[in-house]
Design a binder for this molecule. Sequence first.
Ligand SMILES: C[S@@+](CC[C@H](N)C(=O)[O-])C[C@H]1O[C@@H](n2cnc3c(N)ncnc32)[C@H](O)[C@@H]1O
Length: 348
Amino acid sequence: MGRKKNQKAKGEATDRLPLFEGAATSEVGMPRKRHYRQRAHANPLSIHHLEYPPSPAQMDWSTHFPAFFEPPTAEGQGSKNLKGKKVEFADVGCGFGGLSISLAPLFPETLMLGLEIRVQVTQYVSDKIRALRLNPGSVDPDNAEDVAAAAAEGTAHPEDEPAAKRQKVEAKDAKKSKVRGIKPELMPPEGYAYDNVSVLRANAMKFLPNFFEKGQLSKIFFLFPDPHFKARKHKARIISPTLLAEYAYVLRPGGLLYTITDVPDLHIWMTSHIGAFPLFQRLTDEEIDNIGLTSGEGVVGYEGSDLQRERERAVMEAVKKRTEEGRKVERNQGGKEWSVWRRLPDPE
Ligand SMILES: C[S@@+](CC[C@H](N)C(=O)[O-])C[C@H]1O[C@@H](n2cnc3c(N)ncnc32)[C@H](O)[C@@H]1O
């Protein structure tokens, strides 16, 4: 049975650590994936012990977004919203967090959350965000493009350098260096420090409406979801008619749902189920290219900006190439198929 967040066992640690508790490493430098080994797959139908709030209003977001929320003052209450912001992007099955981490600086005023079921993978993303908050220009040592860019800038540091020294020098460099991989015109403002991105260990197939209100999200991503090839395992697929009703509930009318996969059969499965659901309409290639120009689809707070379309194109680029799975498919020169869907207004 699931365990509601406000029903914590007596004696359980209540210390507030930013983000996810119990880091796998004590370092605050960029984490290495090899320290976060975990089975390749988790069975979402057999994980039952995850915490969730009784309702979105009772969720404590302060550990995820301390710059935006203050901790609750009483048991059973939610965190105090300091800036009137709510999570708007959900990256479902975020894996190692490549999408959310690359979108965060593009939308510095938008809160985004990766949802991941595997504990060590969630921990990795949490540690990576923590390191980026401390040093926004940190180099991801597992990302060849990042390392090459840093080498070209002269901000890379050899791995055999003592960790303490490396972190000190990197921290100094980070102040000078900009967020990587973003066009200059889309750079976040000076002082940007990844406060708007976090990760939550959760089973996205359960309790999504406990975390998000009706119509709260403007984007929901399903990027390279686990294919669950065998027919008897299809019920574990993250897109299904029942779950689509939940996704439509948390996504606002005009909001966008994105899918991408390198498994042709899964692409057919996802697009046929979403296509059969009355509240989603598929965007044509031309519409995908023009996201941001049409009213109602933009991200709250960025409407009407000249850069809106540019930013949305960067989102599509990230969907295709910025996740770890996307990079792997790219390296192996595999094919990818994607789709983008507009959440239609509720019928009268
Ligand atoms: C193939 S990986 C893709 C990761 C990432 N989206 C990417 O493109 O690199 C799928 C991820 O979804 C996670 N996952 C599977 N079922 C899930 C669920 N019900 N809730 C949350 N995460 C889930 C898995 O643990 C895995 O990390």
